[in-house]
Design a protein around this ligand. Structure first.
Ligand code: SF4
Length: 216
């Protein structure tokens, strides 16, 4: 008898007890992800911060409020999408994720992508973009364009926390808004196409950040 794939909720419940890396020692709780398990649109950030660690939900601090606000301007509620991070536990003092932590945690993200099966992934910031596109190219060069990610599409943009800092003359904030508007337009066109055999070429330049294959 073929094995029955477990649900996203079953994976989440297992992740809540994860001790695969040392970040389990300092967390208040695992921040697995939130939103619709059938979402067409998946956002992937970096790691939980203090507010997320305390509340158990990603993107609930100031950066998350900015993201939620921008999405609501497009008529999109958080319950319409799914939001997750590369790391499910908060690094101490919000330091950058370490390579061994990313490696330990990436099966959880891989399973989320497989179970949710989104049409479009939006990576927020360098860590999720570099991980999923297998590239060392920075977000400043990659953002706002479409990339193939297996059978799916991926659009990188800046992390909302970088947008809160504004960037040169507020350009990061403007770019985040522009890129999310582009993602909303892209998901609308993807939904309008027959699935899964034909997915449209996005209107902007389509590039590959890395030359070969997919991550998972
Ligand atoms: S960061 Fe990921 S791999 Fe490390 S303990 Fe948390 S859930 Fe497990």
């Amino acid at each position: 008898m073929p094995a029955v794939a477990r649900t996203l909720e079953a994976a989440r419940l297992e992740a809540l007890g994860c001790v695969r890396c040392a970040l389990n020692l300092g967390r208040t709780q695992v921040v697995y992800g939130t939103g619709s398990p059938d979402a067409d649109l998946l956002f992937v950030g970096e790691a939980p911060g203090r507010d997320e660690d305390l509340q158990g939900e990603p993107f609930v601090g100031r950066a998350g409020q900015l993201l939620t606000s921008i999405l609501s301007e497009h008529g999109i509620a958080r319950s319409d999408i799914y939001i997750a991070n590369v790391l499910k536990c908060r690094p101490p003092n919000n330091r950058d994720p370490l390579p061994d932590e990313i490696e330990a945690c990436r099966p959880w993200l891989a399973e989320q992508i497989e179970r949710i099966d989104p049409l479009l992934i939006v990576t927020l910031g360098n860590f999720s973009t570099k991980l999923l596109l297998e590239t060392s190219v920075g977000i400043s060069k990659l953002h706002g364009k479409t990339y193939r990610f297996g059978e799916r599409w991926l659009i990188p943009t800046f992390h909302p926390s970088a947008a809160l800092r504004g960037g040169p003359n507020g350009s990061t904030t403007r770019d985040l808004r522009t890129d999310i508007a582009f993602a909303v337009d892209t998901i609308g066109r993807l939904r309008a196409q027959p699935q899964p055999t034909a997915r449209p070429e996005p209107q902007r330049e389509t590039e590959r950040a890395s030359s070969e294959g997919q991550l998972f």
